[in-house]
Design a protein around this ligand. Structure first.
Ligand SMILES: [Zn+2]
Length: 415
């Protein structure tokens, strides 16, 4: 089976480039805003939406590479398209806004890699090519990928909090022997434990304490920033100083969260591969949203939800990279139903005990077991899941010394 894998390589750009990048991002913002304004102007004049090619002919840059300009306009038209689509259902939908700055984007052939450096050309007229050295580890990673037919598809320079970052998207086509789709694991995503998994044999609880504490810290910093800034005059020296300092901390914590989420999802994919799993069943996010809606701290919950999406994205592309299929399954009441007799009951403490049949299990595992059963019943008509002899859930711990989550020894790694 041939699959397409995407790899993302990202790193900080040396500070000597900052003045130039600032200027270029201003120019990119101008392209965005000029194209946007022209779009609505022509729309008003002719009564019909102008084509992208029309705008591209009229709004050009003498500084940016023509492909960079086009890529910005592509994104603008993407934003306009979703605006017009939304407007049909929601008349108060807002059109895209003009931007002061915009990300710099290069595509395919415009990007070159030579002697450890990424070369990103500006306009022919300017004669400038940005040459960004990659750090040793990133360089080795990229070279290994490029040596096996992979291609750099996109380079993007973003400004995050207080620094410029380069993001490379590398596409690779590989031949793999697909894993067995009939080997299934159900994954329950939660606020306390990021993952609880059940593969028909055992429940694993993926510890999320560290991840959770960083998420809480991030929210606290955001709240603190709002509180402190509200007391100062906007744009004043003090205001700027506070903003800069807190943005810096928020970005740092955000990066730590990203890193932990990558490590967690990487460990889960490793587990799937070791067990030969071909299908991962995930509860539909609908459930989380419902749970979030009734929470006492709505904002915090909404924020967590957004984080779930980011975690799912990371998990999704890593699983796809291995040819593992992700299936979404309705997760309503999965934490309340008895996995043995189907009776619905809200657990009161750490243990789920069914008043109807006496089945008892650690409550955190019940959601994943039910999710697994629901999926198996659907695909095989009837499904008999023996849940009486289940062993207690085991924890997958985070270990800082071994760079991530450590799997307990699998009962039979050859399975
Ligand atoms: Zn029961």
């Amino acid at each position: 089976m041939q699959i397409t894998r995407f790899h993302i390589i990202t790193q900080k750009i040396p500070t000597k480039y900052y003045p130039l990048l600032n200027e270029l991002q201003l120019e990119a913002g101008k392209i965005w805003s000029d194209s946007l304004n022209l779009f609505f102007e022509l729309f008003k004049q002719t009564g019909k939406a102008p084509k992208k090619s029309q705008i591209q002919k009229l709004v050009k840059s003498s500084l940016l590479h023509s492909q960079t300009t086009q890529a910005i306009q592509d994104r603008l038209f993407g934003a306009l398209k979703s605006y017009f689509k939304n407007k049909k259902q929601n008349p108060s939908a807002k059109p895209p806004k003009p931007r002061k700055f915009y990300n710099l984007i290069w595509k395919n052939q415009a990007i070159r890699y030579k002697n450890g450096k990424i070369l990103l050309p500006l306009s022919r007229k300017s004669g400038i090519t940005l040459s960004i050295p990659l750090r040793k580890r990133k360089r080795e990673y990229l070279e290994e990928l490029l040596s096996s037919r992979a291609k750099i598809r996109q380079a993007e320079i973003v400004f995050k909090g207080f620094e410029y970052r380069l993001i490379l998207l590398v596409k690779e086509t590989v031949e793999i022997s697909p894993p067995d789709r009939n080997k299934v694991v159900a994954l329950d995503l939660g606020e306390i434990h990021p993952f609880v998994s059940f593969d028909g044999e055992e429940v694993l609880i993926w510890n999320g304490r560290l991840l959770r504490s960083y998420k809480q810290l991030r929210l606290k910093l955001i709240a603190l920033k709002q509180k402190l800034l509200a007391r100062k005059q906007k744009g004043s020296r003090r205001w700027k100083k506070i903003k800069r300092s807190l943005d810096r901390q928020i970005v740092k914590v955000g990066r730590k969260i990203e890193d932990l989420e990558h490590k967690l999802t990487r460990a889960f994919v490793k587990y799937c591969k070791a067990k030969g799993i071909g299908t991962v069943v995930i509860g539909k996010l609908k459930g989380i949203r419902e749970r979030a809606k009734y929470g006492k701290n709505a904002n915090q919950k909404i924020h967590l939800m957004w984080r779930f999406n980011k975690l799912l994205q990371k998990l999704g592309y890593k699983l796809e990279n291995e040819g593992i299929v992700v299936v979404k399954e309705d997760e309503s009441y999965t934490t309340q139903l008895c996995p043995k007799c189907g009776n619905r009951h809200k657990p009161k403490n750490r243990n789920y005990v069914c008043p109807a049949c006496g089945f008892s299990y650690h409550r955190d595992g019940v959601g994943a077991i039910n999710l697994f059963r629901r999926f198996m019943e659907k695909v095989s008509g009837s499904f008999n899941l023996p849940v009486d002899g289940l062993t207690r859930p085991r924890g997958v711990k985070y270990s800082p010394s071994s760079s991530g989550w450590v799997l307990p020894t699998l009962r039979n790694p050859l399975l």
